[in-house]
Design a protein around this ligand. Sequence first.
Ligand code: SER
Length: 594
Amino acid sequence: MRMTASELRKRYIQFFKEKDHAVIPSASLIPQLDPTVLFMSAGMQPLVPFLLGQPHPQGTRLVNVQKCIRTDDIDEVGDTFHLTFFEMLGNWSLGDYWKREAIEMAMEFLTNPKTGLGLKKQILHITVFEGDDQVPFDEEAASVWEELGISRDQIHPLPYKDNWWALGDTGPQGPDTEIFVDIGTPLCSDECRPGCGCEKFVEIWNLVFMSYDRSEDGTLTPLEKKNIDTGMGLERALQVLNKLPSVFETGVFKPIMDKIREITKISDSTPEQMRSMRIIADHIRSAVMALADDQGLVPSNVERGYVIRRLLRVAIRQGLQLGIEDYFLKQIVPEVFDILGKEYDELLRNKTHVLNEIEKEEKRFRTTVRRGLRIAERTLKEKGILTGKDAFMLFATYGFPIEMTVQIAEENGQKVDLDEFRKEFEKHQQISRDATQHRFTSGLADHSEEVIQLHTATHLLHTALHRFIGSSVYQKGSNITKERLRLDVQLNRKLTPEELQQIEEWVNKIIQRDLPVTFETMTPEEAQKQGALGFFGEKYGEHVKVYSVGDVSKEICSGPHVENTGLLGTFRVVKQKRIGADTLRLRAVLEQKD
Ligand code: SER
């Protein structure tokens, strides 16, 4: 049966509404209950308290469409069905109906042509939990499916790793039964079966029999009230309903893929080119949805911001591989708005933010790539080789992706020593941990782009004070929010207007010179010898990170900083105030010209 995304969403909701389910809205992509989780990765996530027994205000039967971002399978994206952002259709029973009724409803929705999907039973394959030493084989689920007309050879008992569902190590969980559709392509091997990893059997729906709570020590306690948690992947269901070779031909992707083809002017793609196009389409959709969430996320080097940065940068890299020289992400974003804006208002509310952030990130990354390429090529020319250490330097100092270093090396008939790269990487992580333990307190409110920019500006201000006012003008404390930097320094007077002007002019000159911000790790003694600013009275670890802005500023710091000063905007000191006898407090901002 041919069906559009909006018909499928409506049909699903309507079907369960008629079976007394209350319709609930999609929760934000950013989990509110658990700040340690980066993104909502399953429909049940916002419902955890209710799955553990708390009464839900809308009753015991719920249905919705939940936005999800799952990055566990990010490396698989590019095949026919893996995605990082997807919509999950779900129906829940909170201590209400149980296994038989859940399977009966699922079967009706799957096969009924009028109210459901009208799929033929012969193409359905079902997996059930085969049992382990704690929980027995799910004979009940298997026999209900059989009663409903699924033959035993279409029912596959599988182990814990396939047929047990839990969000993390602890919390509500249980065995599940998964519904796959055989799309009719040949078996991949003698062992081909649902869940074997090939693309013949597409999993479209998962019914979890959530009957346990797992505690920290691993013990399973039966839940007082058992729940049903189901999740149907909208994109995959559309693929099989419309008999398409992949999710990328469905209505939620086709206009995006067409746009990418138009930009690349590649109509007849090789398998590698197709993979690259799919990655771009998937990643841009996820990045747009994450940026559009009302929390105002921005690409950065940590946590959620880092996921967004990675998605965008991988997409740009794939674009480079397809030969796209120009800025292109911004041209694709409107397609995502057209497709998903009708369902998700936040896209319309936050359109400018999304477009601006994507444009800025593409600009930043292209600068990084240009610089990295130059350095990699120069190193190759000078040394004839790119070592693992070189690759790490390019990665850590310039943000140059390791994949690109490997590619450049290969183009020159060389191999990068990836083991050495990994060793350097691990060493660096250890140093970062040391540096964090013996922190050079930088007082960052968060790791947003604004805060990181102001952090680099703080180094410049500190250097300027040291340089123009006196070598004893040391930082005593610093506090940075998205709006401004605040720096307390050792000084027993206010600055004169001339001094202020001199400092501002110098900092702005450095910003305009678009100097690279890099770091090196060294012993505290070496840092002091090199004239780095720092609290040498403090106990540092064995190694410290020293950030340099071009050759004008050096300071011990654990970061993070911008990659180059060019994007900082115009620096201005907005206030100065004496606090105590020998401390001057300065507040400064970076003004962006728009
Ligand atoms: N929680 C299950 C899943 O995400 C079913 O919704 O697959």
